[in-house]
Design a protein around this ligand. Structure first.
Ligand code: ADP
Ligand code: MG
Length: 238
């Protein structure tokens, strides 16, 4: 587990300032949901945390380390995307263990970790299957399994459920929350779904054009939105 601190984070692509001096502290074990309109910088912020992009200015602390310049694999973070790609020619078990094989972990240890993650995610009966023989929800679970086996300090989710149908989205929402309760890991979860934000978050952070428009518990934002923009996302009608 690890707390996260973003201090004066700025990210520019050329002259375009995508992230404008963001300060954000996330407590150890907290489940923070990032929402905001398309293009406001949500994915960029996650990619900065993951080390897939470097900040133009500012510092990022994860646990007791400043991580600027550290490559993704040294940050002990796992990221689950919307367009998760499974290897079609690998079984579920091989897909879930892939990252650990890259780290040259002994085979019996990999097997133990994959089976434990499969048990948590209800995938035990599917370990020998290939991705083409899985449902969309099962595939998304395998993608989550790949994250779990790495036992990261921090989970980053970038709209992980937006490709699933409504019924499955609700089921997976509950599963991700159960996983968080069970493992207690610090989580940053991006969504554009208001219901997901309201039901999953300890705290919601609303981004607007690269800046934090407002943050607070779901009830705080619902009851006292700072302005019409926030109300449009979360709040009661004004
Ligand atoms: P969101 O996830 O909130 O929809 P993004 O973080 O993906 O937003 O993108 C924020 C803005 O930054 C968008 O205008 C996008 O076009 C721009 N952007 C993202 N990545 C790059 C990049 N590698 N180069 C240039 N512009 C980028
Ligand atoms: Mg995005």
């Amino acid at each position: 587990m690890a707390a996260i601190a973003l201090e004066n984070i700025v990210k520019r692509f050329g002259t375009f300032e995508v992230i404008k001096s963001i300060d954000l502290k996330i407590r150890e074990g907290e489940f923070v949901v990032l929402v905001g309109p398309s293009g406001c910088g949500k994915s960029t912020l996650l990619r900065l945390l993951a080390g897939l992009e470097d900040a133009s200015e500012g510092t990022i602390t994860i646990g007791d380390r400043q991580v600027q310049g550290l490559p993704p694999q040294q940050r002990n973070i796992a990221m689950v995307f919307q367009n998760y790609a499974l290897y079609p020619h690998y079984t579920v078990e091989q897909n879930m263990g892939f990252g650990l094989r890259l780290r040259s972990m002994p085979k019996d240890q990999i097997k133990a970790k994959v089976h434990e993650a499969a048990r948590i995610l209800g995938l035990e009966d599917y370990l020998a299957r290939y991705p083409k023989n899985l449902s969309g929800g099962q595939r998304q679970r395998v993608a989550m399994g790949r994250a779990i086996v790495r036992d990261p300090d921090v989970y980053l989710f970038d709209e992980p459920l937006s490709n699933l149908d409504a019924k499955l989205r609700i089921a997976m929402r509950t599963e991700i929350k159960a996983l968080h309760q069970r493992l207690g890991r610090t989580t940053v979860y991006v969504t554009h779904d208001q219901v997901e934000a309201m039901t999953m978050a300890d705290r919601i952070v609303i981004l607007r054009q690269g800046e934090i428009a407002q943050q607070g518990t779901p009830m705080e934002l619902y009851n006292t939105p700072a302005d019409r923009f926030v109300a449009g996302f979360i709040g009661a009608p004004t």
